[in-house]
Ligand binder design. Structure first.
Ligand code: 9D3
Length: 253
């Protein structure tokens, strides 16, 4: 999969992603990252890409021409038109579902805004989809674009090793992950929960589910309610119902 990032700070995006798992994936040609400097496409003699907003108000806006031309240059280099994602605080919240959807694409263009944003006419002409990474204020779209590249890349087949397969990751069942422990058995007077040393796999998985439920209820009541609702809709035998009720009670202790 090929990511094309349009930005005024290409070196920020390059440097942030050429590391660790993604570096290995790039070396193995599973993903490719190309960062394009929007400033290279300005027709302004002084290299300017921003201007004041019509109607007044504070701040500057990225002008339509360099943004559109940079995007067109990428589109023309591709065998088929690619989806364009504009990272903006006004976008829809980025989700794992969106990441999975983007991971189906061969090419994805990510457009990073700076200043107060981009002239709306460029966004219309480009047919940009709009995505935000959360309800907090950043200085630009570069970190959000890096988040999208990271989240999508790990869903590209082969990017994760066998030990870190995307399918078995906690988030998929709608609950937060249970706490995990490694050696030593005792550290600074804190012991690994006894059940994990018991070798009783059924007990271990029930303990983990109870821990996941407790954590999710405490930290993410929104996910917890959705999970309980999903379980209410799930057909269960009387024995399964009793077992789930018991684990749920255990999670409340
Ligand atoms: C005065 C209006 N500002 C809103 C508080 C406008 C503004 C524009 C651009 C504020 C921040 C930014 C820079 N942020 C992004 O480009 C951005 C972003 C973010 O700030 N939070 C979460 N997701 C994203 S995606 C792009």
């Amino acid at each position: 999969m090929n990511f094309h990032v349009l930005t005024l700070f290409p070196e920020m995006v390059e440097s942030g992603l050429h590391t660790s798992i993604l570096k290995r994936a790039m070396d193995r040609d599973l993903i490719h990252l190309s960062c394009i400097n929007i400033r290279d496409y300005t027709e302004n003699r002084h290299g300017r890409v921003d201007d004041y907003t019509y109607g007044g108000g504070a701040g500057m806006l990225m002008q339509a021409q360099p943004v559109f031309d940079a995007c067109e240059a990428v589109q023309k280099s591709l065998p088929a038109p690619a989806r364009v994602v504009y990272l903006t605080p006004q976008g829809a919240l980025f989700t794992q579902e969106m990441a999975a959807d983007f991971a189906k694409e061969e090419d994805l263009i990510l457009l990073c805004g700076h200043y107060e944003g981009i002239d709306e006419r460029a966004l219309e002409a480009i047919h940009a989809e709009v995505v935000s990474v959360g309800d907090y204020v950043l200085t630009g779209g570069e970190l959000p674009a890096m988040i999208v590249v990271d989240a999508v890349s790990r869903l590209v087949p082969g990017v994760l090793g066998n030990d870190e397969s995307a399918e078995t990751d906690s988030f998929q069942n709608g609950l937060l992950e249970y706490p995990q422990y490694s050696r030593p058995e005792s550290w600074q007077g804190r012991d690994v929960p006894e059940v994990l040393l018991s070798g009783d796999h059924k007990k271990v998985s029930e303990w983990r589910l109870a821990q996941s439920l407790a954590r999710t209820r405490e930290r993410r009541p929104d996910l917890y309610e959705a999970y309980l609702e999903k379980m209410r809709q799930t057909p269960m035998t009387p024995a399964e119902k009793r077992r789930f009720a018991r684990i749920l009670r255990e999670s409340e202790e």
